[in-house]
Design a protein around this ligand. Structure first.
Ligand code: 4NP
Length: 157
């Protein structure tokens, strides 16, 4: 991380459905406004480490104009708390798990992604894994709305 180039990490459970979409939405938005930022995503669980995103996430991102087929799932590590300025949890369970593993020398601001959206405060981005294609479209709506506001906020700071 550096003062000029913020680093942002999005975290869900498996890093194959929601956080790759949050990463993609944030990449699109940062690119649109020319914000120089380091962006990554990770999962609290290790179940899908090394795998590509869920095909339904790949399809939703493709429709929005970004290819995420090459993304590779990874698990959160303690160094993420020193490397990233902001860590956004996709739901409250992810947030609790992050808080539980946060090292004492963490420099990251850890919060819930939808806190970015004024009227959504403590809302979760629900897990679409067992849902329909609609659930993934709904995830995209949420993460892209948050990405727009977040990028605006970072661009001002
Ligand atoms: P994600 O979704 O946390 O948004 O990546 C899930 C992916 C996989 C599983 C659960 C949620 N799973 O049980 O394997």
């Amino acid at each position: 991380m550096s003062a000029n180039r913020p680093a942002v990490l999005f975290v869900c459970l498996g890093n194959i459905c929601r956080s790759p979409l949050a990463e993609a939405a944030f990449r699109l938005e940062a690119e649109r406004v020319g914000l120089d930022v380091e962006i990554d995503s990770a999962g609290t669980a290790n179940w899908h480490v090394g795998k590509a995103p869920d095909p339904r996430s790949i399809a939703v991102a493709r429709e929005a104009g970004i290819d995420i087929a090459h993304f590779t799932a990874r698990q959160v590590v303690q160094d993420d708390f020193r490397r990233f300025d902001h860590i956004f949890a996709l739901d409250r369970k992810n947030l609790a798990d992050l808080m539980a593993m946060m090292p004492p020398d963490s420099t990251a601001q850890v919060s819930l992604l939808l806190e970015t959206i004024p009227d959504r405060k403590s809302d979760d981005v629900d897990d679409p894994y067992y849902g329909s294609a609609d659930a993934f479209a709904f995830t995209w709506t949420h993460v892209s709305q948050a990405a727009r506001l977040l990028v605006e906020r970072l661009a001002r700071s």
